[in-house]
Design a protein around this ligand. Structure first.
Ligand code: PFF
Length: 457
């Protein structure tokens, strides 16, 4: 262990933190949306396959690199692969900073929705005008203020370090998140739309799945499991040598997938319980979470007065545990590379990333130029551009290179040692060949399709 870096107190501490990183807006907003758009069942099966075939092996690979070196991505890849491979670490850290910059803006919306719902719960629901959300988005100072608040929450936890900050926070955030989610799901399941919802999610109908659905499933597996940028290398670097990498990774993958499925069950049931709404929900990723759901809580749902504010506590907690992990990626880089104290590293990296957040916050209508420039076709403004760049390009490229690094460069013996194996066995051989061939091939197909114009963000 590198002196003073800190360590998770236990495997549970690691699993809570890593699952906290994985469970986020991607589970609550992107997964239900993609499942809806791809017509349910068959997409869910392809997603589960992507998680199993690419997600789990890649998660193990990232944790393995971190645990072996006990370093953050840049020095980790350099020390194992030589100077050339430091580029892979830099790519990851840059992706982390980019995602952090815009993710925090969206996370900030959960704070305003929480306050709004609290008001409705106490004083009665007044349906907002249709233009209300658009006006909120184009209110620059409010967008920056909310992003700033979320940045403060994130930094104040990263600042406290691994055991005393990140592990402690996640040990509260994650169980609270599960409890609220279960309450939401159980309440939703008392509503009449449940059988239609369960059928849509779990009855595969392969004829409705297009190629795009396959590719979206792979992209979503990356984003949802926080893979391809070294977040799991970073968290893995604090994992005790005694712990099993396979079991730790499996827990994280299972918890993340469970939350995504439960969120889907709750949202679909609520939507199907309102007659006629099922055919109208489409086209808006953000709308479902921040506009449609709050309205349905107060107009159609039993106990909506309690669920309204609670739901946005859930969204905020999920987002916070993810932004913490992104903050740790940049902070630990500076600690490892320059040798700064954690306090200094946290403050400086937070300020740098916040510049990106300000630009993203102003790109939702407040500033004409920032909102309208179009670098990627159809992606207007800074926030959409950063999301497209990170999710469609940087994570897949990072993931592809990490699998090649672990599969071909690291060597079989090193992998076996770190996985705690004295002899090879069929499961290890299968993992190795998945990492060497299957996972990179799948990611390559994804990348080629992105080059040919498909969008996954
Ligand atoms: N996994 C997070 C989510 O699903 O919302 C997003 C994320 C967090 C991606 C941290 C990458 C990361 F390093």
């Amino acid at each position: 262990m590198t002196a003073g870096r800190g360590n998770w107190g236990s495997r549970v501490g690691f699993v809570m933190a890593a699952a906290g990183s994985a469970v986020g807006l991607g589970n609550l907003w992107k997964f239900p949306y993609l499942t809806w758009e791809n017509n349910g069942g068959a997409f869910v099966i392809v997603y589960l396959l992507a998680v199993l075939v690419i997600g789990l092996p890649l998660m193990m690979s990232e944790i393995l690199v971190g645990r072996k070196t006990q370093l953050s991505p840049v020095p980790a890849f350099t020390s194992l692969g030589g100077k050339k491979w430091s580029a892979l670490g830099w790519l990851g850290v840059t992706s982390g900073a980019i995602i952090q910059a815009y993710y925090i803006v969206i996370a900030g919306w959960s704070l305003r929705s929480f306050v709004q719902c609290l008001g409705w719960s106490l004083q009665g629901y007044i349906a907002p005008a249709e233009s209300e959300f658009g006006e909120f988005l184009s209110n620059g100072p409010l967008q920056i203020g909310l992003a700033f608040l979320f940045t403060l929450f994130t930094a104040s936890i990263v600042y406290r370090g691994i055991g005393g900050g990140i592990e402690k926070a996640n040990k509260i955030l994650m169980p609270a998140l599960f409890a609220i989610l279960m309450y939401l799901v159980l309440t939703a399941l008392t509503m009449e739309g449940r059988s239609e919802a369960l059928t849509k999610i779990f009855m595969p109908n392969l004829s409705t799945l297009k190629l795009r659905g396959f590719l979206e499933a792979v992209g979503q597996a990356f984003f949802s499991l926080s893979l391809g940028l070294g977040a799991m290398v970073t968290y893995g670097s604090y994992l005790d040598k005694k712990e099993s990498i396979f079991k730790s990774a499996l827990w994280v993958v299972v918890l993340d997938t469970l939350v995504a499925l439960l969120a889907c069950v709750a949202m679909f049931t609520i939507i199907f319980s309102v007659s006629g709404l099922g055919s109208r929900v489409s086209g808006s990723t953000i709308g479902m979470l921040f506009i449609t759901l709050p309205d349905l809580f107060y107009t159609h749902m039993p106990g909506g007065v309690i669920l309204g504010p609670l739901f946005f506590v859930l969204v905020a907690f999920a987002a916070l545990s993810s932004t913490i992990s992104l903050g740790e990626v940049t902070t630990s880089l500076v600690i490892d590379l320059i040798g700064w104290t954690r306090a200094r590293a946290t403050i400086v990296t937070t300020c740098v990333v916040f510049i990106g957040s300000i630009l993203s916050a102003l790109s939702l209508g407040a500033n004409g130029l920032l909102s309208s420039f179009e670098f990627f076709e159809g992606k207007k403004g800074v926030l959409s551009t950063l999301d497209h760049l990170a999710a469609n390009w940087m994570l897949p490229v990072g993931g592809f290179l990490i699998t090649l690094f672990v599969g071909w460069k690291l060597g079989r013996r090193t992998c076996m040692d770190e996985l705690g194996l004295l002899q090879s066995n069929p499961a290890f051989t299968a993992w190795l060949w998945i990492v060497r061939i299957v996972a990179p091939a799948a990611v390559l197909i994804l990348l080629i399709s992105v080059i040919m114009g498909k969008d996954f963000s």
